[in-house]
Structures are given as C-alpha cells and as structure tokens.
Design a protein around this ligand. Structure first.
Ligand code: ZN
Length: 180
C-alpha cells in the first residue's frame, strides 16, 4: 500500500492522488455499504463515514499521526505476522556483533593480541567498555530459561513492534509495568 502521500502537503496533486487511491482501495476491501472508518485527526477511526466525507476530512485535517505512522489495518492493510517477521529479521543476527557496531567496539571484540606482560601491566576496562561488556553478557543471557530468546533480543523485538504499530511511549511503558 502506497503511504508516502500522507506526509505530503495536503493541497498537492500527489496528496490528492494518493488520497483518492487510498479511499478507493479502502472502500473495496474494508467498506461497509460504501462507508469506511475515517482516520482523520478528528475522527481517529471512531466513525464510519462516506468516501466523500473521508476525502474532505483528510484534506482538511490530515490523518491521525499515530495511525499515519502505523499499520492501516482499518483500511485493508494486512497486519504482518509479527513473530515470524521479527524471527526472520534476527534469526541470523549475532547480537554481540550488533552491539559492537552500536558502540564502535569491534576492536575490543577481536581476538586479543599477544601482550607483553612485562611492559604493559593489566588494566581494568574503562567505564564505557565495562558497560559494553555488561550488555554483551545480557545479549547472551536468556530472558527466562528455555525460551530461546536473549534479554536483548526481546527488547529489540519489543521496540520493533512499537514502531510497526505506532505504539505510544506511554502505551509501551504501561505494558512493561504490567509484565514486570
Ligand atoms: Zn474524519
């Protein structure tokens, strides 16, 4: 589903073309007696409206921001199978390597050189390196025994779901409080 138009200027030709294609598609796949839910900032998908009204509303107020950035499931966009998608996305990822990318720590992850113990006394890691190694440890610790997912992978997946569904920060915090 083409969704780029929704972020364009509401008086531009591209916006109008995208809007009309969106409404035709939504009426065809999700319409009830020719009416569809209006995703404008005012209606927020709470009301069924005629195609003409939805077109007017989206031209006047624009689409609800959270819905615009999420999945348009009320208008025929298929909700992906999140579990499969995320599993596929990360099944071959080495989380330690992702962390090394994020922290710029590939040198620390490499095999250590042979150190001349006479000239360089052993030193503890810097606070930055210590934080990094703590995260690597977390990346390899299972969320709970037998689940097959590390704590870090769980958090990455959770944020992926947040983005996919346009979940607000307060919604995510409420969920995290619930499952604590
Ligand atoms: Zn509306």
């Amino acid at each position: 589903m083409d969704k780029e138009w929704v972020f364009l200027h509401r008086r531009s030709d591209e916006y109008l073309l995208g809007l009309q294609a969106f409404i035709s598609h939504a009426v065809a796949v999700a319409g009830i007696d020719g009416n569809i839910k209006c995703p404008c900032k005012v209606c927020g998908n709470r009301h069924q409206r005629s195609a003409t009204d939805v077109e007017d509303h989206l031209q006047i107020s624009g689409m609800d921001d959270i819905y615009a950035n999420g999945i348009w499931d009320k208008h025929g966009e298929t909700v992906p199978n999140v579990t499969d998608e995320i599993h596929h996305m990360f099944q071959n990822e080495d989380m330690s390597s992702l962390l090394a990318d994020a922290f710029g720590m590939h040198d620390y992850m490499a095999e250590p050189d042979v150190v001349d113990e006479q000239s360089s006394p052993p030193q503890g890691p810097t606070p930055y390196a210590a934080k990094f190694f703590k995260m690597v440890e977390e990346a390899q610790t299972e969320l709970y025994p037998g689940c097959g997912k590390s704590k870090l992978l769980f958090l990455v997946c959770l944020y992926q779901v947040k983005t996919m569904f346009g979940m607000t920060d307060s919604c995510l915090n409420a969920m995290l409080t619930l499952i604590k």
